[in-house]
Design a binder for this molecule. Structure first.
Ligand code: ASP
Length: 367
């Protein structure tokens, strides 16, 4: 009897939240979905429309370091990314993967973000990028790391997903793979921007002024505080389409002045990027080592699936864990009915959402 009752509640919630609820029930397993679907804190308020796309442009630098001009450019670029993704979502019923790709590509092409053009430098002055894409319906995924020449690393991740038996390619071979599949390749100078180069020069001048060399817990704390002052700007997107399919994509130049060869969480499935139609889609930003060590993106899904938590509770818990490990971070997540969570621990999170009516919202700090 309780089983019958919860199935009924589950069905009613779907009808309330979804104009085409019956079209998407097939992609869910009610055994997993029931508990978090019935969590009242997880309901979309009656007056609000469900979110279909959420994006981030990375953890924010402290507010006093962000000029008005740059704030304007960031906001404008995020609006374009939201609109591009929304147009794709409007064009069909099963477009979540295409929508996250479109939104991330806009931000990779913009020099404002630490992804694609505008990526940060390593300690030897190279630019090394990571990206991942995952679709919730099939849990198919593609990722690349340590790529240096693909104009849009997220497209390389897509090529890995669609055109290879692998899920993760790295280094020169990943660049080569993308080139052989006809993706645009650039000279390393294409990714170069004055702002990121200035960070590199300042570090060369005085390494400890930017990041210390030590690896003790105290050194690490000092490094985290210093790194909080640096502009970051990893980009990511999560989407839910009319067929109920979820997708997540993340792309980054990594952390500023990283050791060459270092790979962060963005390209690591389950750490910085994850999607599963039964729960949620997640894209993360922040101290990548901690997101890898805590399997952060997957942990949001696991808390929902095995712990019965709602999206917001699960997403907040993942960020609380990053905080407990001594780091900074944020994420954007969307669940199967269009609830969205945008938690962060740090000065701010460049973030935006667009709902099913096309109403876009962009925020950078607490306001
Ligand atoms: N998470 C990224 C990395 O560790 C950096 C960031 O999001 O700021 O590579």
């Amino acid at each position: 009897m309780p089983g019958l009752l919860s199935s009924f509640v589950f069905f009613v919630l779907f009808v309330v939240h979804q104009p085409n609820a019956t079209a998407r029930v097939h992609s869910l397993n009610p055994r997993f979905a029931t508990s978090f679907m019935t969590d009242p804190s997880n309901r979309i308020p009656a007056e609000a429309a469900a979110v279909v796309l959420a994006i981030h442009g990375g953890l924010a630098c402290p507010r006093e370091r962000l000029s008005a001009d740059r704030e304007e450019s960031l906001r404008a670029a995020m609006q374009v990314a939201l609109q591009k993704g929304f147009e794709v979502l409007q064009s069909g019923t099963a477009e979540s993967v295409a929508a996250v790709l479109a939104a991330v590509e806009v931000m990779e092409d913009s020099p404002e973000f630490n992804a694609g053009r505008g990526s940060v430098f390593t300690q030897t002055g190279s630019i090394e990028m990571d990206a991942a894409l995952m679709e919730g319906a099939t849990r198919q995924a593609g990722a690349v790391a340590h790529v240096k020449r693909i104009r849009n690393p997220i497209r390389a991740a897509q090529a890995v997903l669609m055109q290879s038996p692998a899920v993760f390619l790295v280094g020169a071979e990943a660049d080569q793979f993308a080139q052989q599949r006809g993706l645009p390749i650039e000279d390393p100078s294409y990714f170069f921007t004055d702002r990121r180069h200035a960070e590199f020069l300042a570090w060369k001048e005085n390494p400890c002024s930017v990041l210390g060399e030590g690896s003790s817990p105290q050194d690490r704390q000092v490094n985290l505080e210093k790194s909080a002052a640096y502009s970051r700007g990893t980009v990511g997107a999560v989407a839910r389409d009319r067929a109920g399919n979820l997708a997540a994509a993340t792309s980054t130049g990594g952390v500023s002045l990283k050791i060459p060869g270092r790979v962060g969480d963005s390209g690591v499935l389950g750490a910085g990027t994850f999607a599963d139609n039964r729960t949620c889609a997640v894209s993360c930003t922040g101290d990548g080592e901690l997101f890898i060590r805590s399997s952060a993106a997957y942990s949001v899904s696991a808390r929902m699936m095995f712990g019965g938590q709602g999206l917001r509770q699960a997403a907040q818990a993942a960020i609380d864990d990053i905080r407990a490990l001594g780091g900074l971070g944020g994420l954007v997540a969307i669940d199967l009915v269009g609830n969205v969570a945008l938690p962060y621990h740090g000065p701010g999170l460049f973030r935006g959402t667009i709902d099913e009516r096309g109403v876009a919202t962009v925020a950078l700090y607490e306001d």
